[in-house]
Design a protein around this ligand. Structure first.
Ligand code: PGA
Length: 247
């Protein structure tokens, strides 16, 4: 099984999201060996599901609160996303960490909330350019994994990791597939300290239809988390086809 997850970030409004969904449906890209999930904005979640739910597409939250309910103005809980038909939730995306200041501690709290709501967290980890330049990639990943997963009770099929080097996101500067292979191998070894079953590890950062095959062909790469190339049907449909043709 390979995963293709499309993170729409704050790019598409409700009408644009529905238009995308209708175009995507026409492409008939369902494949039993591929799990496709879309992470629309919260406002478009229901309307996009109405179009795509019966087409084998799953849905996820881009971010959620760590509390289940209460006086948290502007927040939406993991439980609410679950009730709204989601299967997944991104946790610790680099934009939440670096633009909105989420700490490893916040990430951990959200992870617990997502797991207890019955959603599958997609825990995003990745080093900054500065980490990379200072040879601290593995140190950073190890720390992020330890602070997220230490003492967490979750089985391997109820969590997904996304390796997203911060310097590769939205930058047209993908991590070389052989480097991604090496780092995914490292991540999988680290994960064994916390979770006994195999955990899927996705690659994210400047993935597109032209380079996706080089990642998904790797045994260490269980799929991709796609931002920019997931918001236009002319980019996303060829990406899904490229995965289909390469596995
Ligand atoms: P990108 O974003 O594909 O635009 O680099 C990936 C992500 O942020 O998940």
């Amino acid at each position: 099984m390979k995963y293709i997850f499309g993170n729409w970030k704050m790019y598409l409004n409700n009408d644009e999201s529905v238009t995308f969904a209708k175009e995507f449906k026409k492409e008939k890209l369902k494949d039993k060996n591929i799990e496709i999930a879309i992470f629309p904005t919260a406002l478009a979640m229901i309307s996009v599901q109405k179009v795509l739910k019966k087409n084998g597409v799953e849905f996820g939250a881009q971010n959620c609160a760590w509390a289940p309910k209460g006086a948290y103005t502007g927040a939406i809980s993991a439980l609410m996303f679950k009730e709204a038909g989601c299967k997944y939730a991104l946790v610790g995306h680099s934009e939440r960490r670096h633009v909105f200041g989420n700490s490893n501690e916040d990430v951990r709290k959200k992870l617990e909330a997502v797991v207890s709501a019955g959603l599958i967290p997609v825990l995003c980890i990745g080093e900054t350019k500065e980490d990379k330049d200072n040879d601290k990639t593995k140190y950073r990943l190890k720390k992020q994994i330890m602070e997220a997963l230490g003492g967490l009770n979750v089985s391997g099929n109820r969590i997904i990791i996304a390796y997203e080097p911060v310097w590769a996101i939205g930058a047209n500067n993908p991590c070389h597939p052989s480097d991604a292979d090496d780092i995914h191998g490292f991540i999988k070894e680290e994960l064994k300290k916390y979770i006994k079953e195999d955990v899927a590890v996705l690659y994210g950062g400047s993935v597109n239809a032209d380079n996706v095959a080089a990642y998904v062909k790797l045994e260490t790469v269980d799929g991709v988390l796609v931002g920019g190339a997931s918001i236009k049907i002319g980019a996303f449909a060829p990406l899904v086809k490229a995965v289909r043709n390469s596995i």
